[in-house]
Write a protein that binds this ligand. Structure first.
Ligand SMILES: CCCCCCCCCCCC(=O)SCCNC(=O)CCNC(=O)[C@H](O)C(C)(C)COP(=O)(O)OP(=O)(O)OC[C@H]1O[C@@H](n2cnc3c(N)ncnc32)[C@H](O)[C@@H]1OP(=O)(O)O
Length: 211
């Protein structure tokens, strides 16, 4: 939608109100995803649930934006990546991760992944780990005052990552070389690192640095 991002400058109190409104909706759908995977109710109840959900979808679609959500700015310049599949307040497929920022630039989050993120039985899908690490490393790059597209993301899956256990993601930048920012990170469970990542984030040709 032309000018959509430019036209919306939302007040912080309005952002808080929107978060209070959409957060519970998103959480309900997250719970629904888990329920859809694990339910064992009979076929009549599945048909009833399908009909009810079709109705809910048309209720929500009565008014909607044309394209994707984007990164909507607020009056304070805060970017709201609410559709992010990792941290999105409005994205039910986001676990979500609540990212913490340390003064030295490290970024981390504690989280758990349930049935919707399964790869091998009872273990986290490797692509989901990659998704999370891509985002957390990217966030560390952003927190350092740079930004860039992921050029290369290298992963080493050292041990299986368990579902339904406390997990932690960590990231930090290693160095900056011209338009390239090198970042490292990991996912850990209670026993230590399960996945290691290193990434090269590149400011695309013709773009200005963030700050
Ligand atoms: C709201 C806030 C949220 C903030 C937090 C947000 C976190 C979100 C994180 C999610 C990030 C994503 O998923 S991003 C989506 C996934 N990534 C993409 O789709 C990227 C697609 N690729 C591209 O757009 C492009 O190939 C770029 C931008 C990566 C590079 O293009 P370019 O700008 O033309 O680069 P170019 O001049 O050729 O090369 C520049 C330098 O980088 C090197 N280089 C080029 N490509 C690569 C590469 N893939 N991997 C390594 N190195 C490379 C070159 O050798 C050169 O090194 P030298 O000669 O200078 O030494």
């Amino acid at each position: 939608m032309t000018g959509y991002l430019d036209d919306i400058r939302v007040d912080p109190s309005e952002i808080a109100a929107q978060e209070a409104l959409y957060g519970p909706l998103t959480q309900s759908i997250r719970s629904l995803i888990d329920a859809a995977i694990r339910t064992e109710v009979d076929s009549e109840d599945i048909a009833g649930a399908t009909a009810a959900l079709t109705q809910v979808a048309s209720l929500l679609r009565a008014r909607q934006i044309d394209g994707s959500y984007g990164a909507q700015p607020s009056v304070t310049g805060v970017q709201r990546s609410w559709a992010s599949p990792v941290i999105g307040v409005r994205n039910p497929i986001a676990p979500p991760l609540i990212l913490e920022h340390e003064p030295d630039g490290r970024v981390w989050a504690r989280f758990r992944l349930g049935a919707g993120y399964e790869g091998p039985p009872s273990l986290v899908h490797g692509g989901v780990s990659a998704l999370i690490l891509d985002h957390v490393l990217g966030e560390a790059v952003h927190a350092s005052g740079h930004w860039g597209m992921t050029g290369t993301l290298t992963l080493r899956y050292r041990r299986p990552t368990p579902l339904n256990r406390p997990l932690r993601a960590d990231a930090r930048i290693d160095r900056v070389e011209g338009r390239k920012v090198y970042a490292d990170g990991s996912i850990s469970d209670e026993r230590g690192i399960t996945v290691e990542a290193s990434g090269i984030f590149i400011l695309p040709t013709g773009y200005a640095a963030a700050r």
